[in-house]
Design a protein around this ligand. Structure first.
Ligand SMILES: [Mg+2]
Length: 190
């Protein structure tokens, strides 16, 4: 699937150039914004895979727009800047800013930057997914532990006995250990 990119840049010639370079190289440009307001609006509307964001733009500038977007959406942003704005970027240490591109933009600097940014974003997403899965596992384990404790108390079982009982019950009823654990816990609260 084509990666979807949003371009926010107030100079229309640069915008057009960047669009062509991206499209020529297999990317889909989902929108073009000429100011920070529009960039925010289009980010929410399209949820692109990547936003190319010029820093100096009318109305809301690129850094402010990036902040607004980051407060609600998990979208990677590649800043577009001129050399003179370098100190500006040093201040822009935001999680969603995955890199920056220095003007003038050409295929030679655009494409590697876009590729790295997208790769980085994928990696971050995967990591977040892994952390979430690990958290879910811990939660499941806690449920089972709690239910086991309840069984041990209620039926005067040892820990291995309680666990064995839960395992065989969940197998014979063909439900997961966690659902059985939930039933046991809810039963106590009822
Ligand atoms: Mg500009």
């Amino acid at each position: 699937m084509k990666k979807r990119i949003l371009i926010a840049e107030d100079e229309s010639l640069i915008r057009m150039d960047v669009r062509l370079m991206l499209e020529d190289n297999g990317y889909e440009v989902v929108g073009e914004a000429g100011n920070g307001d529009k960039a925010i609006e289009l980010a929410f509307a399209h949820r692109p895979d990547l936003i190319l964001m010029d820093i100096k733009m009318p109305k809301i500038n690129g850094l402010q727009a990036s902040q607004v977007i980051a407060s609600q959406l998990d979208l990677p942003i590649l800043l577009i800047t001129a050399y003179s704005q370098k100190e500006f970027i040093e201040k822009a240490r935001q999680d969603n800013i995955v890199g920056y591109l220095v003007k003038p933009i050409s295929e030679a600097n655009l494409l590697p930057a876009v590729e790295v940014a997208l790769h980085q974003a994928d990696k971050t997403k995967r990591l977040k997914g892994d952390v979430q899965k690990a958290n879910e596992m811990v939660e499941k384990r806690k449920l089972v532990e709690r239910a086991k404790g309840i069984l041990m108390d209620r039926e005067h079982l040892s820990e291995p006995e309680a666990f064995k009982k839960m395992r065989s019950t969940s197998m014979s009823r063909q439900i997961t250990l966690e659902s059985l654990a939930k039933e046991i816990i809810e039963h106590v609260h009822n």
